[in-house]
Design a protein around this ligand. Structure first.
Ligand code: PEP
Ligand code: MN
Length: 262
């Protein structure tokens, strides 16, 4: 994935929406797919706002085994049904190497989560998948390790890999993780892959998303990810950081008015 090997940017075409080219993208949606109605409500709002890519976790890697683990295959089916209705592109996390075909059947992009960035068997399986992969930076991964994880996917034949900085663990407690903004220009410099920034998981907050989004865009990010839920207070995961729909619309207009989004 070195830029020395391939000077030209990798541009990934998701049903006509390109990532890594001249335009930037927003990926929005709930942390977890919780129900058909919940997902459909978010999808309708995204469609209305002109957002093309929807995220939603079906297989949730949770810190505690007692927490909501996701709807699994049922969640993937809901993503497909709702995406088909609204003409959206979907991203969802896959946590098992045997689930790649399921992903190909129901979603458009396989997300590999931070906790699985060095799950090498999963990376190899994603490398054999026919759809693009969004690879999240590990919670304590160096950029070198992150790039090598991407290499695991590409070396198996799947060249459609996008990187996403989602914050790293530091001693700072005012944010859930520390957004490493320098990762953006460094990854853009060292690799030819699209680089995105997850402003929700990197901050764990709702009140500083616009400045963080601006910083990411100014640093050269190809896209942003943000969590949106119809009623964040009742969310089954990441309740503290998810925006409700009006908050998302406000953020989106702030991004559009910033002059940094193209
Ligand atoms: C997610 O995007 O839903 C998620 C679990 O994020 P991360 O893997 O970055 O913690
Ligand atoms: Mn989440």
């Amino acid at each position: 994935v070195s830029r020395k090997k391939q000077p030209k940017n990798t541009v990934i075409d998701l049903k006509g929406t390109c990532v890594g080219g001249d335009t930037q993208v927003i990926v929005a949606g709930p942390c977890s797919v919780e129900s058909y109605d919940q997902l459909r409500t978010v999808a309708a709002a995204l469609k209305q706002a002109g957002i093309k890519i929807m995220r939603g976790g079906a297989f949730k890697p949770r810190t505690s085994p007692y927490d909501f683990q996701g709807l699994g295959v049922e969640g993937l089916k809901m993503l497909k049904e709702v995406a088909d209705e609204f003409g959206l592109i979907t991203i969802s996390e896959i946590v098992h190497p045997d689930h790649m075909e399921l992903a190909e059947q129901y979603i458009d992009v396989i997300q590999i989560g931070a906790r699985n960035m060095q799950n090498f068997e999963l990376l190899k399986a994603a490398g054999e998948a026919k759809i693009p992969v969004l690879l999240k930076r590990g919670i304590a991964a160096t950029l070198e390790e992150f790039v090598h994880a991407a290499e695991y996917i590409v070396v198996k034949g799947n060249t459609k890999v996008m990187l996403i900085e989602r914050g790293i663990r530091t001693y700072e407690k005012w944010t859930r993780n520390t957004l490493d903004i320098s990762a953006v220009p460094l990854l853009k410099q060292e690799t030819h892959l699209p680089v995105m920034v997850d402003i929700s998981h990197s901050t764990g907050r709702k009140d500083i998303l616009l400045p963080c989004a601006k910083a990411a865009l100014a640093a050269g990010a190809d896209g942003l990810m943000v969590e949106v839920h119809p009623d964040p207070q009742t969310a089954l995961s990441d309740a503290a950081q998810q925006l409700d729909i009006p908050q998302f619309e406000q953020l989106w207009s702030g991004i559009l008015n910033s002059g940094l989004f193209h």
